[in-house]
Design a protein around this ligand. Structure first.
Ligand code: URA
Length: 240
């Protein structure tokens, strides 16, 4: 990785403008790998550098990967003139870096949503070619029967004729089912269950690939993914 000027590294974190970065460094407020640095032109490897400003650790310019337990009533969008979005509640410095949701959950759907500023990663998670599975839990008005399990396994045909890939339907009893899909069509799970006379009353996403929603996150709470968790989504998902 080529070395990059400290003021540019600081600017790329989204924390401040280039002129502000120069000022921060000149005033001796920045430290690199624990050592104060007052020269904005000094160069470092942005991939491995550990930065602080006023003693507070700063996110490096590498990408951000977030897990959110999406609450109901919030749009999966970066911004909206009227309704709250999943990005609205995120810290300003992440918004400045262009954080966006990976794929889409309906406004009333809750559960695991990833956000990132890494377009390549997002594409790999969403692309049907990647076959990243998604597991949902639904409360439905109805009960699945043998023909429903077979229909899911064979690939549901939606009411408008759209053919879905084979999927898994699991009965949890008491009007609760789980559905595992390997693609992401519009309103897919609701439409699949609806086509089998099981209208969805509530839908929650539990897992993407091998990554489960952290059960300690209350609705609306979020946290960074660890490198191990990113790999759990799909091995080698970060390799370009
Ligand atoms: N399928 C749906 O119908 N809705 C979602 O939010 C996600 C998957």
């Amino acid at each position: 990785m080529p070395l990059v000027r400290l003021d540019k590294i600081l600017t790329d974190t989204g924390l401040c403008s280039r002129s502000q970065a120069r000022e921060i460094v000149r005033r001796g407020r920045a430290a690199v790998n624990g050592i104060p640095c007052a020269d904005p032109a000094e160069k470092f490897d942005p991939e491995t550098v550990s930065l602080t400003v006023d003693g507070e650790p700063i996110d490096g310019p590498g990408h951000i990967y977030i897990m959110l337990n999406k609450p109901a009533g919030v749009l999966t969008a970066t911004r909206d003139p009227r309704k709250p979005t999943v990005v609205d509640a995120m810290p300003e410095e992440w918004k400045r870096r262009g954080l966006f949701p990976v794929g889409r959950l309906d406004k009333d759907t809750t559960g695991l949503l990833l956000l990132t500023d890494d377009g390549v990663f997002a594409h790999k998670v969403i692309s049907p070619k990647s076959h990243v599975s998604k597991l949902y839990e639904a409360v439905v008005d109805g009960m699945p029967c043998e023909a429903d399990f077979a229909a899911f396994r064979g690939g549901i045909v939606l009411r408008d004729g759209t053919q879905c890939l084979p999927a898994e339907l699991i009965d949890l009893g008491g009007g609760r089912v789980q559905v595992e899909v390997f693609e992401g069509k519009y309103h897919q799970v609701k439409r699949m269950l609806g086509s089998r006379q099981m209208p969805v009353l509530h839908l929650k996403r539990l897992r993407i690939g091998g990554l489960w929603l952290d059960s300690s996150l209350a609705e609306g709470e979020y946290r960074r993914l660890t490198p191990e968790e990113i790999q759990k989504i799909q091995p080698d998902i970060l390799s370009k």
